[in-house]
Write a protein that binds this ligand. Sequence first.
Ligand SMILES: [Zn+2]
Length: 117
Amino acid sequence: MTPLPGRRHARGRRPRPRIPDAALPPRLACNSCGKPLKGLKLYYRVKAQITCEPNELSFTEGDLEKDHAAEVERISREAEGRDPKELEEEVFVLLDYYLCVGCKERFVKEAGKALPG
Ligand SMILES: [Zn+2]
C-alpha cells in the first residue's frame, strides 16, 4: 500500500490544547499586600485554627428532666436569621495565609498587641 501524497504530519506543529483556567494552580501572592511571591527567596505561611473550647460539661438531674425537644426548638429559633458564616465562626476559624517578609513582620507585631506580654 502506498501512502497518500501530501498527507505527512509535521511533528511539533500541532497547536497545544488550551488548559482551562480552573486547572491552573492559583498565582502565589501575599494575602496581605498582593505582592507576587514566586521567585522570592523567602516568604511565609500562617496556618492557625481557632476552636471553641467549652468548659467541662456537667449534667444535673434537672437537666435530664428538661423538655429537650423544646430546648432544641428554642436554640433553633435563636439561630434563625443569623448569618451561617457567623455561627460557624463561633466554633471554628481556620486561618491560612501566605505573607511576604514585610507583611509577616507586621502580622506578628499586630498579633502580639492582642496578647499580654
Ligand atoms: Zn505582603
